[in-house]
Ligand binder design. Structure first.
Ligand SMILES: O=C(O)CCC(=O)C(=O)O
Length: 350
């Protein structure tokens, strides 16, 4: 087991660097040339991830339901990323959850520091991912919270300011978990499994859920830095609530990086191991801060993760060693966001 005691270096808040007014960023944030973003978007402006109207699943019309299932299946297989609308979350809740977190990041540093996190659980206010001493850092502060299982919730980690934050975020979390349950059923059906297959192997009523709120302060040299390095999410499904006014999320498609254009009140779904686990990253902006909420819907932590036996065939063998989600997450927490190489080195450890 890898030990996670404390950060290897003193923690610097990216927001403080941004607010210092310096025109250059510290070397620690300058990415090697091969990882730097091209801020001139070369992808055609009309390319976007699929947009799916989830009301088609419940409006009572069987043909529409079938075609919505097919749209989701195609999006998972071809993109690994799609946006959903009419997902069941009220627009006020979607806006409220994002804006209350923005308010948190504009509280004084003294308030935020009360919740400073450690790499042990990552829960709380943080500014780096991964423990490699001397690594190049991302231009982002974040807040990490466990929501499920409730036994894991560290109640001291809920910020007490803004005062309504906990109420809004609990409500948002409850609705996101419901949406996760709906999509697991859709994925099971689309994969030809029993409709409750994935829900059961994720732990039934005991799924894991946690939230990372990303705060990307203005960056004076956005062409040299990344808000979040290229990575693919380790969990089951991610529900990403982007900042509607500031784009920044890019997904890899072949050799290109495509900038996702958020739709109003839409939620971006990132389907992981089940289908494609797509690399993505975030670029930063010289004039605008950006807030996003990444909600990770995960399997129960101590269950052994392996492919559904029904889906293993000589042509589609199991590709990775079985391990618990806890062990896998510990590995990722140590490495930080290093994209596909995380999984590659995991394979070679087995
Ligand atoms: O900020 C975003 O749009 C993406 C965030 C993300 O990929 C993550 O938190 O894992």
């Amino acid at each position: 087991m890898i030990g996670l005691c404390d950060w290897p270096e003193p923690v610097v808040r990216v927001q403080s660097l941004s607010e210092s007014g310096k025109r250059t960023i510290p070397d620690r944030y300058i990415k090697p040339p091969s990882d730097r973003p091209s801020l001139i978007n070369s992808s055609p402006p009309d390319i976007n991830i699929p947009l799916i109207d989830l009301s088609g699943l419940t409006n009572g019309d069987l043909a529409v339901r079938e075609s919505t299932l097919k749209e989701i299946s195609d999006a998972c297989r071809e993109w690994g990323f799609f946006q959903v609308i009419n997902h069941g979350l009220k627009p006020e809740l979607v806006d409220g959850a994002r804006e209350i977190w923005r308010e948190f990041f504009h509280e004084s540093m003294e308030v935020k520091q009360r919740y400073a996190n450690s790499p042990k659980t990552y829960e709380g206010y943080g500014s780096r991912l991964g423990l490699q001493k001397g690594s190049i850092l991302d231009w982002c502060d974040y807040y990490f919270l466990h929501y499920l299982p409730s036994s894991l919730k560290d109640h001291n980690k809920w910020p007490d300011k803004p005062s309504s934050l906990r109420e809004v975020v609990e409500e948002y979390s409850k609705e996101i978990v419901k949406l996760g349950n709906v999509l697991l059923e859709v994925f099971s059906i689309n994969l030809g499994l029993k409709h409750d297959y994935l829900q059961n192997v994720f732990g039934g009523g005991d799924v894991g859920a946690c939230l990372r709120v990303n705060f990307y302060p203005k960056c004076p040299q956005p062409d040299l830095a990344l808000g979040l390095s290229s990575h693919s999410d380790p969990g089951g499904l991610t529900f990403l609530l982007p900042d509607e006014d500031v784009s920044g999320l890019q997904i890899r498609r072949g050799e290109e990086w495509i900038t996702v254009k958020p739709v109003r009140h839409g939620i971006i779904v990132i389907s992981n191991a089940i289908y494609k686990s797509v690399e993505h990253r975030v670029i930063v902006n010289p004039n605008k801060e950006r807030v996003s909420l990444a909600y990770f819907y995960n399997p129960k932590a101590d269950l052994l993760i392996h492919p559904a036996p029904e889906l293993i065939t000589p042509e589609t063998p199991s590709r990775y060693p079985s391990m618990t989600f806890d062990d896998y997450r510990l590995f990722i927490r140590t490495k930080g966001p290093q994209g596909k190489s995380q999984v590659e080195s995991l394979k070679s450890q087995s």
